[in-house]
Design a protein around this ligand. Structure first.
Ligand SMILES: Cc1cc2nc3c(=O)[nH]c(=O)nc-3n(C[C@H](O)[C@H](O)[C@H](O)COP(=O)(O)O)c2cc1C
Length: 226
């Protein structure tokens, strides 16, 4: 598989089969992804891998709190800036609309939407999950380094026939994460990453998100002039 093919094939998968991920393969993938570039080569990513009993115990703990907090607890950081503006506001809105439409949940079905959103907190049923953190003292440049690492993980996963979904929504459960796992106080949870094999039968996975027209974000007049 070429890099171009992996980039084109990668998508966020929100339903997984029960097939387990080989632990040695998963570790290899996570280690190989660290070939990512990072400013000053500081490699600021920190990872906690959840599989088997540890993952089930963690899931059960979150499940126990979901009735009280159906949309999660207080997030540790703003996933989006408050009062998101255009064009980002519309893009975000459309993404949500398209996702719910793909699984036949109409706009007025608030309970259905809540239930689908709540699947985030089950890692969408994935057999493996990674929690990704970063030293709290790091700033935007290092957060972007973590993003590059994550992209490598997701592309290497595609190459191995695995599927992923990055999940910022886990910031809403940071308290449970810190209570349950041995994460040093100076590390902040950035996101979760569900990993497993795509459930090809599930309608949510048949949907592909679209992209803004390149003219909205690239000024390539010099290229076009040539
Ligand atoms: C850092 C990051 C966090 C994300 N968090 C979530 C999440 O919490 N829940 C979710 O369903 N999708 C999440 N996504 C997936 C995005 O919605 C998705 O990448 C976007 O809609 C584009 O679709 P694609 O990944 O299928 O190409 C996240 C993506 C990124 C990069």
């Amino acid at each position: 598989m070429s890099v171009s093919e992996a980039v084109a094939a990668r998508k966020s998968v929100r339903a997984f089969t029960s097939q387990q991920v080989d632990p040695a393969d998963l570790r290899r993938l996570l280690v190989d992804a660290a070939q990512a570039a990072s400013g000053g080569n500081v490699q600021p990513w920190r990872l906690w891998v959840l599989t088997g009993e540890v993952l089930e115990t963690f899931r059960a703990k979150v499940r126990g709190l979901r009735e009280e907090f159906p949309m999660g607890q207080e997030p540790e950081y703003d996933v989006y800036p408050p009062d998101l503006w255009e064009p980002y506001r519309s893009r975000r809105f459309k993404n949500g609309q398209d996702l719910y439409a793909a699984i036949g949940i109409p706009r007025e079905d608030k309970a259905g939407r809540r239930a689908q959103f709540g699947n985030n907190f089950d890692f969408f049923g994935a057999p493996a999950a990674v929690l990704v953190g970063i030293d709290r003292r790091m700033g935007p440049p290092q957060w972007s380094d973590v993003g590059m690492y994550l992209q490598n993980v997701m592309l290497l996963a595609v190459e191995r026939g695995l599927a992923t979904c990055p999940q910022e929504t886990w910031t809403s459960w940071h308290k449970v994460v810190y209570e349950t796992l041995d994460i040093p106080e100076d590390v902040m949870l950035f996101c979760g990453l569900a990993i497993g094999y795509e459930d090809l039968e599930h309608p949510i996975n048949t949907w592909r998100s679209d992209r803004a027209d390149p003219s909205e974000w690239i000024d390539d007049a010099t290229l076009r002039a040539q």
